[in-house]
Design a protein around this ligand. Structure first.
Ligand code: ATP
Ligand code: MG
Length: 326
């Protein structure tokens, strides 16, 4: 099947006072309708930058896409004008951010913002139906007394409530692609579970694809079909979720998973800590970026590893993957 989104060799660079740095380098993945791809990796590895670049939302002029393409329904998202990107967002692609205030308009009530989404996407609805749909959606994301909340302004809600309103707005669009950037980290476990179920239910109903960025491997096991593990701006390993959990080949993936006892685990499982630190942008090695933390490092690792295909759909960027194969 033709993928809905095909990202090839994405490269993003940031200008800082110390120079120009490639914070995302040669990242490729594809995502089919109805599927969920998890994007995981330690803080700073480039997950959010990857998502923002797809939506034309990189902070300009510091951040810039310097290579690659991202085909979405035949259009390259990376070469859209600001106007075209705006059209695609909130229409075909919706995004749920870490920080909800960025997505909400402070001067309009929650009800008005949510009803506007229905006006745009389901113009056949009358006002009463829009309002009912808004109330239902707010209830589904776990907002009590939803009808009364329609009159609230974003600043009158708690952070967790705002997060849920933003999720409600993104889901109300019924997008073809939903990008979630750690959407539930700030929410308590019950609400998190409820929202993940809601995303899955909507996915079954509409066939939307989901790109899910998270630190939480429990969430990955629960909702992702495929996973891309990133390390310091590059791909480390890519596989379907079962293969990744059962036969991780990259030493970094193995490290992340070593603290996870079972695939069925659904509680909040943070990424395990691996000794050492991610190299700073100023001091990225020319070879394998994981080398300084890797137990398997050899002189070969001074060269950047190319993609190795361990099995169909299972890619790994490591010189030593064969030795690490169980
Ligand atoms: N506006 C910016 N200017 C300069 N560098 C930036 C900017 N935004 C992000 N970066 C750098 O890009 C790299 C990737 O950042 P990104 O936010 O994508 O990480 P992340 O994987 O989403 O991390 P987290 O898990 O903490 O959200 C980091 O090294 C970060 O310092
Ligand atoms: Mg991030």
């Amino acid at each position: 099947m033709e993928p809905l989104l095909q990202v090839e060799h994405l490269a993003v660079s940031f200008a800082t006072e110390n120079g120009q740095f490639r914070v995302v380098d040669d990242v490729s993945f594809s995502l089919a309708s109805g599927q969920t791809l998890g994007l995981v990796g330690e803080s700073g590895c480039g997950k959010s930058v990857t998502a923002l670049s797809l939506l034309g939302l990189l902070p300009r002029p510091a951040g810039e896409v310097v290579g690659g393409q991202a085909l979405f329904q035949g259009q390259d998202l990376l070469s859209l004008t600001a106007e075209q990107s705006y059209q695609v967002r909130g229409n075909k692609i919706a995004m749920i951010f870490q920080e909800p205030m960025t997505a909400l308009n402070p001067v309009h009530t929650v009800g008005r913002q949510l009803m506007e989404v229905y006006q745009l996407h389901q113009p056949e609805m009358n006002k009463g139906q829009q309002q009912q749909a808004a109330v239902d959606m707010l209830t589904q994301v776990g907002i009590p007394e939803a009808k009364a909340r329609l009159k609230a302004y974003p600043h009158q809600l708690s952070g967790g409530m705002r997060q849920r309103v933003m999720i409600a707005m993104a889901l109300a669009c019924e997008p073809d692609l939903l990008i979630c950037d750690e959407p539930t980290t700030a929410l308590d476990v019950t609400i998190q579970a409820q929202i993940l179920h809601l995303i899955q239910a909507l996915q079954q109903k509409t066939g939307m694809a989901v790109l899910f960025i998270t630190h939480d491997l429990g969430v990955v096991a629960q909702i992702c079909d495929h996973v891309l593990v990133m390390y310091a701006g590059r791909s480390a390993e890519q596989a379907d979720v079962i293969t990744l959990f059962e036969q991780p080949l990259h030493p970094y993936t193995q490290g992340l998973l070593s603290a996870i006892p079972r695939l069925e685990q659904s509680s909040k499982t943070p990424l395990a800590t691996i000794e050492g630190q991610v190299p700073s942008l100023e001091a990225l090695p020319t070879g394998c970026r994981f080398a300084n933390r890797c137990a398997y490092m050899t002189p070969a690792c001074e060269q950047q590893p190319h993609k190795a295909v361990a099995a169909r759909g299972h890619n790994v960027w490591c010189h030593h993957w064969r030795e690490l194969t169980p």
